[in-house]
Design a protein around this ligand. Structure first.
Ligand code: URA
Length: 165
């Protein structure tokens, strides 16, 4: 992604497709993420997208604490180079990286104020893909609002940055 982007999106870890391709969010969830960004007039290439862990855990299980710790040096390096203003935490794993023992259901949509970044937790796109009917509408609306908050904050803090070229 763009190394000068004021907005960084952080997922959990690569899935099968991502592991094959060596790029984050290129499978089904990634396609949905691209659609959400595009609908908000954000070009995917104009933001920086990464994951908490950089290798796919066996059978796609949730990463262990020690795996998250092992990969955190990479993430810290990425963040120290990019120095984003706003981070969107996609799901419970990135949320808990910044705010341990938090529930994504209870915390989403509320700013987490770390000293360096404004962090907006929201549902993971793969979670949206698993919903149906009324719940799907509710979750979509929540994610839409959370993305809007994060993007508006990034634009407010970096009015000169072009999210679409
Ligand atoms: N889910 C993630 O959290 N990250 C990816 O890169 C793909 C799916």
């Amino acid at each position: 992604g763009a190394l000068n982007s004021p907005l960084v999106l952080i997922g959990e870890g690569p899935g099968l497709e991502e592991d094959k391709m060596g790029h984050p969010f290129v499978g089904k969830a990634g396609q949905l993420l691209t659609t959400i960004l595009n609908k908000l007039e954000i070009q995917r290439e104009r933001v920086y997208i990464t994951n908490i862990i950089k290798c796919r855990p066996p059978n796609n299980r949730t990463p262990l604490k020690k795996e998250i710790l092992a990969c955190s040096q990479n993430l810290q390096l990425e963040l120290s180079i990019i120095q984003p203003k706003v981070i969107i935490a996609l799901g419970a794993v990135p949320l808990n990286y910044f705010k341990p023992d938090s529930s994504i259901v209870r915390t989403r949509g509320q700013w987490i104020n770390s000293r360096e970044y404004w962090i907006m937790p929201t549902f993971h796109p793969a979670y949206i893909l698993r919903q149906q009917g009324q719940t799907l509408n509710k979750i979509k609306w929540a994610v839409w609002q959370d993305f809007n908050k994060a993007i508006n904050k990034a634009k407010e803090m970096c009015p000169e940055y072009k999210f679409y070229v």
